[in-house]
Design a binder for this molecule. Structure first.
Ligand SMILES: Nc1ncnc2c1ncn2[C@@H]1O[C@H](COP(=O)(O)OP(=O)(O)OP(=O)(O)O)[C@@H](O)[C@H]1O
Ligand SMILES: [Mg+2]
Length: 212
């Protein structure tokens, strides 16, 4: 399966997103890899720009092959949020306010819920931004219980709150092996899925060990 992205009409990137240090190294990548990883970074820049502009929230999903920088970008989006979005001044009252949110490892949310601790689930349902990192990594394949937890959270957030997801599975695998409702929510209300093709397989180890 190739890269799939939904193109939005307004695709300008803010100066802050353009100038931000994404630490995105493409040295040694082939032209195809550059194209695909460049588009993944572009979708990330578009996502943070949309948050800055106050657009209608959508879900950005980075999906597929391991070690292609999905968690890396999740961490950088978190850093961008801390730098530019977390604190803001309310225009009407001039009050200094704080937006809740950030990156969470999905396995922590899933294991809390599994043990009957729903506080984290309830908290993050309403956060301004949530970045769920490594969804499905809690098991080799995601099980029905954790997927129903994710489905409930996404149902609450879709179209209302900014949400980013990284998963080591393609959209096709999510639909066929995890939960078809989740795959459909990821595309709903302007949701953007960057689905990395299997040809990327060798990329991570080859490039990052060299660059490190
Ligand atoms: N484009 C990049 N530029 C610089 N470093 C990168 C890039 N992509 C990945 N890395 C580095 O490679 C390592 C693996 O990347 P990362 O953990 O983000 O992969 P992943 O796609 O989340 O993999 P998984 O699906 O296994 O969770 C990390 O140390 C990360 O910082
Ligand atoms: Mg990861």
């Amino acid at each position: 399966m190739g890269l799939s992205t939904v193109t939005h009409p307004s695709s300008t990137i803010s100066a802050e997103a353009e100038a931000f240090d994404w630490r995105w190294n493409l040295d040694g990548a082939t032209r195809e890899e550059r194209d695909i990883l460049g588009r993944m970074l572009y979708e990330v820049k578009r996502f943070v720009t949309a948050m800055q502009r106050g657009d209608q929230p959508y879900i950005l999903s980075l999906l597929g092959i391991a070690e292609t920088g999905k968690t890396h970008l999740a961490k950088r989006v978190n850093a961008f949020f801390r730098k530019y979005l977390e604190l803001y001044v309310d225009e009407r009252t001039q009050a200094r306010l704080c937006r809740r949110g950030g990156r969470v490892e999905w396995r922590d949310v899933a294991s809390g819920a599994r043990l009957g601790d729903w506080t984290m689930v309830e908290d993050i349902k309403h956060d301004w931004l949530v970045i769920f990192d490594d969804v499905g990594a809690e098991h080799q394949t995601a099980d029905a219980f954790t997927m129903s937890v994710l489905d409930r959270i996404l149902n609450e957030r879709v179209g209302r709150k900014w949400t980013m997801i990284t998963a080591n599975a393609s959209l096709c695998t999510i639909a066929e092996q995890w939960d078809v409702r989740i795959a459909s929510r990821l595309r709903r209300d302007g949701g953007v899925c960057v689905d990395l093709p299997p040809t990327m397989r060798m990329y991570g180890k080859r490039i990052w060990t060299k660059a490190a």
